[in-house]
Design a protein around this ligand. Sequence first.
Ligand code: MCU
Length: 395
Amino acid sequence: MRFITSALLVATPALAIPAAEIFSRQGTCATSSNYAAVNEKQLPDPWKFADGKPVATAADWTCRQAEMSKMLQQYELGDLPGPPDSLTATLSGTTLTLNIKVGSNSKTVAVTFSKGSSQAAIIGVGGISIPVPSSVGKINFGNDACAAQQNSGSHGSGWFFDLHGKSHSAGATTAWAWCVGRIIDGLEQLGVEKTGIDPKKLGVTGCSRNGKGAFMVGALNPRIALTIPQESGSGGAACWRISDSEKSKGKNIQTASQIVGENAWFSPKFNSVTGKTSTIPEDHHFLAALVAPRGLFVIENDIDWLGPVSTTACMKAGRQIYKALGVGPNMGFSLVGGHSHCQFPSGTTENLNSYINTFLLGQGKTNDVETSKTTVNMADWTSNWSAAPTGIKLA
Ligand code: MCU
């Protein structure tokens, strides 16, 4: 069955916009509710629709993104719900209070933030472990309260599930993406004059499990200007297929089969395919593809469990996509090892700042970073791709 879905929210900030207007949608793309499994050892081709048609124009790319999002949701993320039935935001000092209604369920959620000297801010998924310049504010997103991540039995706990029902298919990272969308709704509704934060200048970050979350938040919220997943490893910047290949070579690396037994980050829908990742019509280079052409700076480490070969090859595939879209420098990849997990290497600050300056402060250009000691053979992973379109320039 095919039906029409719409991908983008209108992101016009203004004072006291009625909820119906904030949530009005634009863009229509035909997507399916059921994408067939494949048999593909390499990374799925971003340049071909599921029905085989080539991606040739910018409009095609928008629709391919809608399709990739639906595939990710069908196979591993679970469904990302649409906006709530109503949302009312109030502000007291630097605490934003959101009153959210979905059907007959309602929830009140408080979000604290601090302002920088500009109107930009970075949302921290469960905390921030990158150096944030004093010009940029910080928004504290308590992701565990939105969707719990205690263990694999945590699915169904948290205010996302109080609103949508305990058996909703969303994994925790997808739920976090929806909850962050509500923070953005609140900031848009109140407006920059009241909050001091411009909803068009938002970044998101998080480390490790929360780095997986930061990636999902950026991939599923087109209103995020800059996405900075830190040491997200498997389930984030790594591709499932490449991690399985590394595992088969004897590496101590997290795989899809392991991850669903450890925690509730992914949908229960994922459980049936983790043992056969070559059948999944998507992989995590599609996360980068969903963020494009927006700013993306992926930080990784050389710890085996995170899969340095997998994150390097997967994100190089992401950079190939950005380059073909004419926006190569908008995505950076930085794998610097030799430090503890989630400890930001100080030598990376200048590169990080180049993305913050470009996408949050509107200054300068990025350092177009691609740093990794790990050598990978991209022909193993992307030689199945169609020729990239030559006519799409999103810059
Ligand atoms: C890298 O993120 C996770 C990893 O996926 C888990 O297997 C491990 O238990 O915890 C990591 C983490 O969140 O460390 C703080």
